[in-house]
Design a protein around this ligand. Structure first.
Ligand code: UDP
Length: 333
């Protein structure tokens, strides 16, 4: 066991730097929203981190900031075979376009990232005997008929629908993880990530929190897709990363929901953002983006509580205030 940051975190060999053991991690998708925060966390914990990203949805600002903190940046595509020199202790796969607008924009790229990309990263983990963390998703539950969603619920994905490129892609990636664990003894972690928000989201990523914040700050009506009665449960990024980090170092190889169980409708989210910004803008109902948009979503986090001793700490209003500050800064640029 080695010490990293404030806790015992790994049984890995690690890299010896100035007499200190530094575990080494590869973060695929490190230029993205969650990739940035996860890489920063690992650097803060004393890891040596290699970021791989092709900038499909990640930003150069994120990698510039991570490089300034000591991250090594590799511009590359996980769909190509990967060779990284030296020992690797952890491979974290956060590389995939994940906003519903991307499902129509880059459907084949999403399927390739989930299939070829995950294969390549699992091969990398296998070759280095590294622990592999897969960013899975609440989308594996599709438009759920069970509420809240527990990990043993098999889901209700419409295979023929436009969201399936992501939903089925992520389901396949989970199966790959189990198969590499069974047949190649790869030590895997599977995080089912629910809606997450916070600083470093892209203003144009098309997700509901980004859209509403940008609309509220620019004085435009907030767009309710399909009426706004559908629900989601929003987790602030620092909570999410705490959950991911705990899972990474946990030794637990079954799927684990990581999300905030506090559920609200999209309309209520819009009203909350208007209240915080003190604006009296209109709510504009527009057609749903996809006909199979999930109607309700809320994680059952019993497993995360029991296995990781984790639950979210940040309430929605506080998280939204931080997020609005970030978007204000971005719009001022
Ligand atoms: N949504 C909305 N207005 C927007 C963007 C999204 O009403 O401007 C809705 C979307 O249809 C979905 C929910 O908000 O029901 C969450 O959408 P998001 O794209 O953030 O992620 P999802 O949970 O669908 O993956």
């Amino acid at each position: 066991m080695v010490e990293c940051g404030d806790g015992v975190c790994t049984e890995k060999s690690g890299q010896r730097v100035n007499g200190m053991i530094k575990p080494k991690a590869v973060v695929a998708g490190g230029a993205g929203f969650l990739g940035f925060h996860m890489t920063k966390r690992l650097l803060d914990e004393g890891f040596e981190v290699y970021v791989i990203d092709n900038y499909e949805t990640g930003t150069r600002r994120n990698t510039r900031d991570l490089a300034a903190m000591g991250g090594e940046i590799i511009v590359g595509d996980i769909c190509e075979p990967l060779h990284i020199p030296g020992d690797i202790d952890y491979v974290v796969n956060l590389a995939c376009p994940a906003s519903p607008v991307d499902f129509d924009r880059v459907p084949f790229e999403i399927m390739r990232a989930c299939s070829h990309g995950t294969h390549n990263l699992l091969d990398l983990a296998r070759a280095h005997r590294a622990t592999f963390l897969q960013a899975s998703t609440s989308e594996v539950y599709g438009d759920p008929e069970v509420h809240p969603q527990q990990e043993d619920y098999c889901g209700n994905v419409n295979i023929a629908g436009p969201r399936a490129v992501y939903d089925e892609g992520k389901r396949y990636a989970e199966t790959l993880c189990h198969t590499y664990r069974r047949h190649h003894s790869v030590d895997v972690r599977i995080a089912r990530i629910f809606n997450t928000y916070g600083p470093r989201m892209r203003p144009d990523d098309g997700r509901v929190v980004s859209n509403f914040c940008v609309q509220a700050l620019s004085g435009e009506p907030l767009t309710l897709y399909g009426g706004g009665e559908q629900t989601r449960s929003f987790c602030y990024c620092s909570d999410l990363i705490e959950g991911l980090y705990r899972l990474l170092v946990s030794g637990y190889s079954q799927p684990c929901n990581i999300g905030n169980p506090s559920e609200i409708s999209v309309r209520e989210l819009a009203e909350t953002i208007l209240e915080i910004t003190g604006s009296s803008l209109e709510l504009k109902v527009v057609p749903a983006l996809h006909e199979d948009d999930p109607k309700r979503r809320r994680p059952d986090i019993t497993r995360a509580r029991e296995v990781l001793d984790w639950e979210p700490q940040v309430v929605l209003r506080d998280g939204l205030q931080e997020t609005l500050k970030w978007f204000e800064e971005k719009l001022a640029e």
